[in-house]
Ligand binder design. Structure first.
Ligand SMILES: C[S@@+](CC[C@H](N)C(=O)[O-])C[C@H]1O[C@@H](n2cnc3c(N)ncnc32)[C@H](O)[C@@H]1O
Length: 495
């Protein structure tokens, strides 16, 4: 039997059925045996699933262009001033283009469009110009260029450090792509830039340090938010596909009693199986319930359970701040849980209808927001608005496993060997950010977000490597609605 199965089985024997959030926490992040602790390839062609990062360097380079513009805005304007736009072009030296040497993982993906690089990019840009994706009629991504040549240079009055904070940097590849673009195209900005990585895993930090050895002087690691002071970050805080991999509670609807129960994991004979908890163990501070409309029903809370923690771990580098991981299921306070449904939905919801609630993602967003002094907070993830979870197609929830590029609904098998992921609740994040004083800039598909950046590059093409066929295929994969363009959403809030 796999050692992680043995550990989980033991915890169930000692404490009773395990809320799925705890099972997911151990399966993905057990300090030695969790899925994300494997040093081998889990993401990319040789792993279990693709991410935008594994497609190639274009994703990180496009993000870098956008980050540079946002950072320029901070440098140009005094603290606390709202910004509308700024000119990247005037700050960017013009380097010679380099041949494309990036790994292209798109070979086994659909390559439907076959016209020239420029025309395909232009076509996407035109399509998106005509489309409306922003929620709340928000002003978009502040990508519009204004101001003349040299104007920005003249305003570089502040040499205070700026930060890009990436959470969950996995193998460091995205950081590498972002920093490589900055070094090549904005060496002036690199001088002022600190790249902070929030990464609880010792194994991952070691791997990231290897990938990022040439940027060592710009990088600093933190193991959790608690080591970054409040309102300390002036710049960009971002995570790619992190929040959808944080532990979630799995709730089912009891139509007869008009209340939620929680799905937990137990052990029967020789395998894990599902069992129902009559009371829900989601921490009361979870934002999700508030993200739903009011319905006056309460669920009785469970008494305080034993505090289950992951093993602490000692950082292995002098530049690492903090130790140990907290994925949000540690030290839970149990209290009455409210998941309020509008009455008309409560009576119509079929028995057994399943949803996920992600207090860990919500706590993460709240902590990130509180660290941001000035700048942007960004997540790129699978996700839905609260009411989008309640459709007949999602009656079984959004949780799924990924193993060797196959989607699995068997979440309790291959423990520590498969990725587990669920859609995040953007409504909850929007509300948490707003409570923390953040403005919402956009909630848009990745396709729209990246295409807006390409529009910016079109005004200053020398600041971006040429669209070789390989790089174009990457862009198509990143923006095609059937691949990564539509499923992934970008939420951006700012202070
Ligand atoms: C789902 S991956 C992120 C994918 C990666 N950003 C990419 O684009 O390929 C998980 C990564 O997040 C890290 N991680 C897990 N929990 C975290 C947390 N609470 N804060 C920051 N990073 C975390 C893991 O150790 C691992 O490096």
């Amino acid at each position: 039997m796999n050692a992680l199965v043995e550990i989980i089985r033991h915890e169930i024997a000692e404490h009773g059925p395990m809320p799925f959030a705890r099972f997911m926490e151990l399966a993905l992040y057990h300090p030695k045996l969790g899925y994300y602790e494997h040093d081998g390839e889990t993401i990319g062609r040789g792993g279990d699933f693709f991410t935008s990062v594994s497609v190639g360097s274009v994703f990180g380079e496009l993000l870098a262009v956008q980050f540079a513009q946002w950072l320029d805005e901070l440098v140009l304007l005094p603290k606390g001033t709202a910004v509308e736009s700024c000119n990247v072009k005037s700050l960017a030296p013009v380097p010679p283009h380099e041949p494309d040497s990036t790994t292209d993982d798109t070979d086994n993906m659909d390559r439907s469009a076959s016209s020239s690089a420029e025309s395909v990019v232009k076509k996407s840009v035109q399509e998106f110009k005509a489309s409306q994706f922003s929620v709340n009629s928000l002003p978009g991504l502040l990508l519009h260029s204004q101001g003349g040549e040299g104007e920005s240079q003249g305003h570089l009055e502040s040499q205070r450090p700026l930060q890009i904070v990436e959470a969950g940097a996995h193998d460091g590849r995205l950081a590498f792509d972002v920093l490589s673009w900055v070094r090549e195209h904005r060496p002036d900005l690199l001088q002022q830039l600190e790249y902070w990585i929030l990464e609880p895993s010792t194994v991952r930090r070691r791997r990231q340090a290897q990938t990022l050895s040439r940027f060592e002087e710009h990088i600093r690691w933190f193991t959790s938010w608690e080591f970054i002071p409040l309102k300390r970050v002036r710049g960009v805080i971002y995570a790619n596909e992190l929040l959808d991999a944080l532990p979630v509670h799995r709730l089912g609807w009891n139509a007869a009693e008009q209340r939620w129960f929680e799905w937990a994991v137990t052990w029967e004979k020789d395998h894990f199986t599902w069992t129902k908890l009559s009371a829900v163990t989601v921490p009361s501070e979870s934002g999700s319930p508030r993200a739903l409309a009011c319905f006056d029903r309460r669920l009785a809370g469970r008494s305080e359970p034993p505090d289950r923690t992951l093993d602490g771990e000692v950082p292995d580098r002098g530049s690492v701040v903090g130790e140990g991981a907290d994925h949000g299921t540690r030290g839970r306070v149990r209290s009455p849980f409210h998941l309020n449904l509008p009455p008309e939905l409560a009576v119509a919801l079929p028995d057994g209808f399943t949803i996920e609630v992600g207090p860990a993602a919500e706590a993460w967003w709240s902590q990130a927001a509180s660290r941001l002094a000035q700048g942007k907070l960004l997540t790129i993830d699978y996700g839905l608005l609260a009411d989008e979870f309640f459709t007949p197609q999602r009656a079984n929830g959004t949780l799924r496993g990924y193993h060797r590029h196959h989607v699995s609904s068997d979440l309790l098998s291959q423990v520590g060997e498969q990725d587990l992921t669920s859609h995040i609740n953007f409504s909850a994040l929007l509300e948490i950010g707003a409570k923390s004083g953040l403005r919402t800039e956009a909630l848009i598909p990745q396709s729209k977000f990246l295409t807006e950046i390409v529009k910016q590059i079109e005004r200053s093409p020398q600041s971006f490597p040429p669209w070789t066929p390989a790089r174009l295929r990457q862009f198509q994969t990143l923006t095609h609605p059937e691949h990564l363009g539509r499923p992934f959403q970008v939420l951006c809030q700012s202070r």
